[in-house]
Design a protein around this ligand. Structure first.
Ligand code: HEM
Length: 467
């Protein structure tokens, strides 16, 4: 049986084939507040680069692995993140890793790296499984065929996991503020016609940035309380991310992080570390609900490897099909679809295009992952693209859910481990059917979400788990 392409299955609204021509002025403005990818013309998906000229400016979209490599790795110093992005991120995260100036970023990245290494991540696996099993019990307590908004549910679960793994607690006060602040930031980034007008535009953007900053500062009390409590119990403090951050020293000068720096990194990890994994899992459930053959293959793997027990870190190597489903879901629905706009400092050449100082460049996993030259039948859901052999043959910079180069996602191993364990725990117990009729609308702000959530129907699987 052939798997239907994603256009043939229940397709999210706005995910029709790319238009042949650039969009009109009004359409561009409208799309930029919801899903800017729906107006990117076919040419961008066929050529190594595409120069987009819109009322929002001229942006060079680099869609060729060698060109991406040049921007993100080989000549990375020439391509810092653009000013507007830094302004928004620093309103949310101060000078955390996502927005810190270069020197601070380099020191903090070194200080934080051990908390995200493979051994440390493996030590978080039991907490990830426990949190997911507790979550499954909550689902279990609901009547058969209950409706759940899977996007909201995955958000709640990943928030719990980030609290348990990074801060060894449920940190509920912080979790509640974090969720609210992130929602506010995502809805505030709703740019429209007024935002591109001279004078009025910059004023409106400044006002949005201040409002976001005010919302995020609401979290400070909760974070400082967490830090103070930890400092009081230094000797017996759990060896988690927060403790590591508090005691960390710069290897060059032996200086530790001050309270504001710890706060900024805590918020960054809180935010960057849960929403992205939540949207990944939302699209995983969506795709499985549309592709029963692949879902059945997953169930076979879960049965063969786990036979009803809960997974441990040792099982990860054998849950290869589960992992391939997650990787393919992140190809079709990259959680950070626009990743980042970089801004050239000096002249350069990328894929034969003469880049001038000040040029904005977009590296977009959404376009790269659907590029006609890089993927065979790109819209088709096919987890076998991610067998070990197929992945090894692919150019490194053609698949970028976690970015690339020195600013590659620090939490990639953690996210993949977490997503695989969630899929194994919940996939053994439940199937999720998409409620019909329902229009799934894509929304791209920072992450790629279903705009109005995603209502699914919980079905218990007959296989009984032995936990
Ligand atoms: C599926 C889940 C995730 C996806 C798709 C994802 C994606 C990304 C991407 C694309 C970047 C690079 C941004 C750029 O270059 O502009 C990034 C950076 C980052 N991510 Fe993730 N991320 C995920 C999970 C996580 C987790 C679990 C954490 C932490 C617990 C995390 C923390 C960070 C941080 C701190 C950075 C900034 C790194 C730096 O600039 O040095 N992410 N992420």
């Amino acid at each position: 049986m052939t798997t239907p392409g994603i256009y043939a299955a229940k397709t999210p609204a706005g995910l029709s084939p790319p238009p042949l021509k650039p969009a009109s002025f009004l359409k561009t403005i409208r799309a930029s507040s919801e899903n800017p990818f729906e107006i990117i013309p076919l040419e961008a998906y066929e050529q190594p680069f595409y120069l987009s000229k819109s009322p929002l400016g001229k942006v060079l979209m680099v869609n060729d692995p060698e060109g991406v490599r040049r921007v993100l790795l080989d000549n990375v110093a020439n391509y810092p993140k653009n000013d507007l992005e830094i302004e928004f991120f620093s309103a949310m995260f101060g000078e955390g890793l996502l927005s810190a100036p270069f020197a601070k970023w380099r020191t903090h990245r070194r200080v934080m790296a051990p908390s995200f290494g493979i051994r440390t991540v493996e030590s978080y696996a039991p907490a990830m499984v426990d949190a997911t099993v507790a979550f499954a019990r909550r689902w279990d307590a609901q009547p058969e065929f209950s409706e759940v908004d899977i996007a909201a549910e995955m958000n709640a679960l990943t928030l719990k996991i980030i609290c348990r793994t990074m801060f060894s607690s449920d940190a509920e006060e912080l979790a509640a503020c974090a969720h609210e602040a992130l929602e506010f930031a995502q809805t505030s980034m709703d740019f429209g016609l007024l935002d591109i007008l001279p004078l009025l535009g910059p004023w409106r953007i400044k006002r949005t940035v201040s409002a976001i900053r005010a919302h995020f500062s609401g979290m400070d009390t909760a974070i400082y309380r967490l830090i103070n409590e930890r400092e009081k119990i230094r000797e017996e403090a759990p060896q988690d991310f927060l403790t590591r951050l508090i005691v960390a020293k710069d290897p060059d000068n032996g200086v530790g992080l001050n309270a504001t720096e710890v706060r900024d990194e805590v918020i960054t990890i809180f935010m960057a570390g849960h929403e992205t994994t939540a949207v990944t899992m939302t699209w995983v459930w969506y795709l499985l609900s549309q592709h029963p053959a692949e879902e059945a293959k997953l169930h076979q793997e879960l049965e063969a490897v786990l036979g009803g027990r809960d997974p441990t870190v040792e099982d990860l190597a054998n849950l290869s099909y589960a992992r391939m489903i997650i990787e393919e879901a992140m190809r079709l629905f990259p959680p950070a679809p626009g990743m980042s706009i970089r801004q050239a400092r000096a002249a350069d050449e990328v894929c034969g295009f003469k880049v001038m100082p000040g040029q904005q460049l977009l590296i977009s996993p959404w376009i790269l992952h659907r590029h006609r030259r890089l993927w065979d039948n790109p819209e088709r859901f096919d987890p076998t693209r991610f067998t070990k052999e197929a992945s090894e043959k692919r150019p490194r910079f053609s698949y970028l859910p976690f970015g690339g180069g020195p600013r590659v996602c620090i939490g990639a191993t953690l996210a993949l481990t977490e997503a695989t364990l969630i899929l194994a725990v919940l996939g053994q117990r439940f199937r999720l059917r998409l409620k019909e009729p329902q229009e799934i609308k894509l929304q791209t702000r920072i992450t790629l979400r279903p705009k109005n959530g995603m209502v699914t129907i919980l079905e218990r699987r007959r296989t009984q788990t032995r936990s």
